[in-house]
Design a protein around this ligand. Structure first.
Ligand code: FE2
Length: 364
């Protein structure tokens, strides 16, 4: 068995099969009220990621949930077909479900001005469909959730923890907690380090926006992982690229693959040393993704400023500032100097009590 390994990670792909989307009126309406993902290009963006994986030849590819746009079974099947081709060249693909993947009520196909209900994915069905992408390769599995242990190297195990069961959506249920405890103890007894993989964050990635992004049983999970000295957590769900640390570990939340700047992570593991986490960006659809993200911020900010008396020129400057700052923040490229200057003064003068102003302040 190896003592060093590389993994590639892409999260929140939110893949929508082209068979479910004609890019018509209804789909465009959904996008213009959405959260800034470039969903209509999700199949091609995922292909580009898989292409990178073929080039880079990691030991494993990790997909920590929200594989599908809104839990359509057809989207999941397509994602898995593509993953199977990567497995054929000897790269293990390891998945867990996200909150959008299990029993999601909005699974739909978009045609013209309408959305038609599509088959969603039950927890049992996810387990059956995804068995070959984690459970089959595992050295330990949990019956209550899609949680499992994967031996990566002689001294490192990946512990996949599923917080999206039908029984307890958003947190680790009692059985999964007990499973994690057992696996940590077993790894510890053999002197192995554990890297946990989750969909929801274990640590708060923002002091303001964390509700619904961290685990429902946040303090319990944090306590368990801290007690056992987990080496690192690899998560997603917040769609934003950010790492948060406590005294023991860092939770690396990788941004959504289909949200600007279309990033994925490359993690190098060498037994006996801390994992090295590096972020890369896909070279495809960059302008389209940026435009979608910026338009989304602009729409939300414009709405938040409605009803506040601000001159058109000043409002335009405030919106421009918000778009720039939010993009930098999501890309993990926030510059300290950005929160200065006249535009920031305008925000404090006209809109200091809005969510957005508090949000900008919370970033620093
Ligand atoms: Fe999610």
């Amino acid at each position: 068995m190896r003592t060093e390994a590389t993994i590639m990670l892409a999260t929140d792909i939110h893949y929508l099969s082209h068979a479910l989307n004609d890019e018509g009126e209804m789909f465009r309406a959904v996008m213009s009220n959405g959260d800034g993902k470039l969903t209509e290009r999700s199949p091609e963006i995922f292909d580009a990621f898989l292409e990178e994986a073929r080039r880079l030849r990691p030991d494993a590819v990790v997909l920590p949930g929200d594989l599908t746009f809104n839990g359509e079974r057809k989207s999941l099947v397509e994602v898995l077909q593509k993953c199977a081709r990567l497995m054929d060249v000897g790269i293990d693909v390891l998945v867990i479900p996200g909150n959008h993947d299990i029993a999601y009520p909005y699974a739909a196909r978009f045609e013209g001005g309408k959305a038609y209900t599509e088959d969603a994915i039950s927890q049992a069905e996810f387990r059956r469909l995804c068995h070959g992408f984690g459970i089959r390769q595992a050295t330990g599995t949990c019956e209550a959730s899609f949680s499992y242990t994967y031996e990566l190297t002689t001294g490192t195990v990946l512990l996949f923890l599923d917080a999206n069961t039908e029984k307890f959506p958003g947190g680790l249920d009692a059985e999964t907690m007990a499973f994690a405890e057992r696996e940590f103890t077993a790894a510890g007894a053999k002197g192995k380090q554990v890297i946990a993989v989750t969909h929801q964050n274990v640590l708060r990635q923002s002091p303001l926006v964390f509700y619904g992004f961290v685990m429902q049983n946040e303090s319990q999970v944090k306590k368990l992982l801290t007690k056992h000295g987990v080496s690192a957590v690899l998560s997603g769900h917040s769609h934003m690229l950010h790492s948060a640390s406590n005294d023991v570990f860092t939770d690396h939340a990788t941004g959504a693959l289909t949200t600007y700047p279309l990033c994925y992570a490359v993690i190098r593991i060498k037994d006996g040393t801390a994992p090295e986490y590096e972020v890369r960006e896909l070279p495809v659809f960059r302008e389209e993704a940026k435009r979608r993200f910026d338009e989304t911020t602009e729409r939300q900010v414009r709405k938040a400023l409605e009803g506040i008396r601000i001159g058109d020129r000043e409002k335009k400057r405030m919106i421009g500032f918000a778009v720039e700052i939010n993009r930098q923040y999501f890309s993990g490229k926030l510059e300290k100097e950005s929160l200065a200057g006249e535009e920031w003064e305008l925000w404090q003068k006209h809109a200091k009590d809005t969510f957005w102003c508090k949000y900008f302040r919370s970033m620093f």
